[in-house]
Design a protein around this ligand. Structure first.
Ligand code: NAP
Ligand code: MG
Length: 401
């Protein structure tokens, strides 16, 4: 059989620890035997980020803008322990944060639903897609540790020199301070990405923030969404038979728990970070959550929602067997290959992506899975496979149909 040819390269962003090991296995077993894989490779592994003063992350984001589609492996976000472990020159920022800021995109995360893995929330019958605003708020903050008594002020100096000033707090002793921001342009892009994605996938869109307490900051989000909806999307939503509604974040959380699923939940940056972990774990496993960053200009970056699975990597380094779930990383590749196929008009590539996803799910439904899924499955007669054997089993399923 001839290998599938590609036209435009995918931007390939390699990563860290256990997911870096899976990355290699997925390429060798599931991709390279079938595709003349064309990628522009960027090594976002922490060592190489450190060597390049994190320039490689910026370069990979720029390449994504240029080519339009990227696939990314999970990467370490350094903390104090990683500074020592990797002898870092600096505590480099989260690569995902850097890439999101450059692409000004929105992250959509949806669980991969498979027979035999039932959500903990019994009434969730359909996937819940979380749209996370990928710019600003605490992810672009400035912070001060206040050493002692003094006055904190919020100051804005306009280009013409006009000054707006508010007292934040008069400190009597030590404390903490944080400055956060967002821009109307980014909130507008976020809103449009959500409305477009809702129309594409024919799902209702829910949005929640805390406008009753944050009367200017969160209220701005609410107003921008409503304006854009009324002006650009109301008619299209009505024609498609779908709904947009805004409510307080607490009310939204309460409603989500009672809902059936099958909608998009738009979240501010922090809410999306936290709630996507809750939704994914309730749907089964972090390892069954897909993630795609979509920019307002239509650039796509696909990845798994989980991290580098550090605990499994340390076992792997000690020569112990691991049973790490590669499904979300496989779906990152299939998502990216399908999109590349769609943009370049390569039907074989799109069919390949569909077929590999089906083979992955069929493998699990046949009772062959990694330990994380075996612990929660409702299927009887389960075989727990190690990291490598699970991927080999998917290949066997893929080649048998
Ligand atoms: P994690 O890598 O998501 O893993 C947390 C735990 O979840 C694991 O210890 C494992 O539980 C389970 N798990 C996650 N993915 C799994 C998979 N594919 N198969 C089986 N089990 C899985 O989060 P973390 O340990 O908090 O973070 C590790 C590193 O990842 C950190 O350096 C962090 O900065 C980074 N991170 C990167 C991204 C990203 O690049 N998108 C996202 C999040 C975190 P058990 O140990 O119980 O088996
Ligand atoms: Mg998170």
């Amino acid at each position: 059989m001839d290998k599938i040819k590609m036209i435009t390269p995918l931007v390939e962003m390699d990563g860290d620890e256990m997911t870096r090991i899976l990355w290699q296995m997925i390429k060798e077993e599931l991709l390279l035997p079938f595709i003349d894989l064309k990628t522009e490779y960027y090594d976002l592994g922490l060592e190489h980020r450190n060597e390049t003063d994190d320039q490689v992350t910026v370069d990979s984001a720029e390449a994504t803008k240029k080519y339009g589609v990227a696939v990314k492996c999970a990467t370490i976000t350094p903390n104090a322990a990683r500074m020592e472990e990797y002898h870092l020159k600096e505590m480099w920022k989260s690569p995902n944060g850097t890439i999101r800021a450059i692409l000004d995109g929105t992250v959509f995360r949806a669980p991969i639903v498979v027979k035999g893995i039932e959500p903990c929330v019994k009434n969730w019958e359909k996937p819940i897609t979380i749209a996370r605003h990928a710019y600003g708020d605490i992810y672009k903050n400035v912070e001060i540790k206040v050493p002692g008594a003094g006055k904190a002020e919020l100051v804005f100096t306009a280009e013409d020199g006009a000054v707006t000033k508010e007292t934040i707090h008069v400190f009597q002793g030590a404390g903490i301070l944080q400055g956060v921001h967002n821009t109307d342009a980014s909130i507008g892009s976020f809103a449009r990405a959500c409305f477009n994605y809702a129309l594409d996938t024919k799902q209702d869109l829910w949005f929640g923030a805390k406008d009753t307490i944050s009367k200017k900051y969160d209220h701005d989000f609410k107003d921008i969404f409503q304006e854009i909806y009324d002006e650009e999307y109301k008619d299209k939503f009505e024609a498609a038979g779908i709904e947009y509604f805004y409510s307080l974040i607490d009310d939204i959380v309460a409603r989500v728990m009672k809902a059936k699923g099958g909608f998009i939940w738009a979240c501010k940056n922090y809410d999306g970070d936290v709630m996507s972990d809750m939704v994914s774990s309730a749907f089964g496993s972090l390892a069954m959550m897909t993630s795609v960053l979509v920019s307002p200009t239509g650039v796509y970056e696909y990845e798994a929602a989980h991290g580098t699975v550090q605990r499994h990597y340390y076992k792997h380094l000690k020569g112990e067997e691991t049973s790490t779930n590669s499904v979300a990383t496989i779906f990152a590749w299939t998502g990216a290959l399908r999109k590349r196929g769609e943009l370049d008009g390569i039907h074989e590539l799109m069919e390949f992506a569909d077929k590999l996803e089906k083979a992955t799910l069929a493998t699990i439904e046949a009772g062959k899975m990694t330990k994380d899924l075996a612990l929660i499955t409702s299927l009887g007669n389960v075989t727990v496979l190690n990291s490598g054997d699970f991927i080999k089993e998917i290949r066997r399923t893929f080649e048998s149909v």
